[in-house]
Write a protein that binds this ligand. Structure first.
Ligand SMILES: N[C@@H](CCC(=O)N[C@@H](CS)C(=O)NCC(=O)O)C(=O)O
Length: 212
């Protein structure tokens, strides 16, 4: 099989999710740099890969794909290596539920509502959008509570092996934990802290850490 190409940048949560998936599967790939936040925006050429102008997009043997959920599931299905989606229906449903929670609540509130508003904007000398921060603070404990509940005594979020649920949540929490208040809230969740240590021990997570 040809070498897949992933288009994106290492600072992107969704690019990192896709890279984590490729690394966990042991798939060799090329990361083609696309800076979506460049002042000139996405190029016309890139919009042919991802018409919505987001990263990542993916290409394998001429097959083009975008949307991280589709990319990661394709990589898991198309390549040999450890299976990243549980086969048992309830565990698979739980994994899909966590991925959906990550997309719908963790990314907008913990990454954009807290990290971007409180850490990233502060570094640029910009004031936060207080309404956005207030909403994010209201949702952050809910996000951590549900993750801690789903994790329970298991090593991984959807059971006894690493799945797409872990690969989605971890890059988002990596940004959230750059906010001191986020770290404080997180440290109270003992099982999540243990999971976080497990995640940080993964070579895939270390290799895909962005250059800060
Ligand atoms: N639904 C998309 C979301 C991807 C996404 O939001 N990517 C961010 C970077 S992490 C992006 O491209 N943002 C640029 C923008 O919103 O203009 C996916 O699952 O791939």
């Amino acid at each position: 099989m040809g070498k897949p190409r992933l288009f994106g940048a290492d600072y992107s949560v969704y690019v990192r999710i896709s890279r984590l998936c490729l690394h966990e599967k042991g798939v060799d790939y090329d990361l083609i740099p696309i800076d979506i936040f460049a002042p000139e925006g996405a190029s016309a050429d890139y919009l042919e890969h991802q018409p919505f102008g987001k990263i990542p997009s993916f290409e394998h043997n001429g097959f083009r794909l975008y949307e991280t959920g589709a990319i990661t599931r394709y990589v898991d299905d198309a390549f040999p290596g450890p299976v990243l989606q549980p086969v048992e229906p309830k565990a698979r449903a739980r994994m899909n539920q966590i991925v959906s929670i990550a997309d719908g609540y963790i990314y907008p509130h913990l990454v954009w509502g807290l990290y971007v508003e409180l850490v990233s904007k502060a570094a640029e000398g910009e004031p936060p959008d207080e309404n956005r921060v207030a909403l994010a603070w209201a949702k952050a404990p809910v996000c951590l509570d549900v993750l801690a509940d789903f994790l329970g005594d298991s090593p991984w979020l959807a059971g006894d092996h690493i799945t797409l649920a872990d690969l989605y949540v971890a890059p988002m929490l990596d940004y959230f934990l750059l906010a001191p208040e986020g770290r404080e809230m997180f440290s109270a969740k003992t099982n999540l802290v243990e999971w976080w240590d497990r995640m940080n021990a993964c070579e895939s997570f270390q290799i895909t850490r962005r250059s800060r």
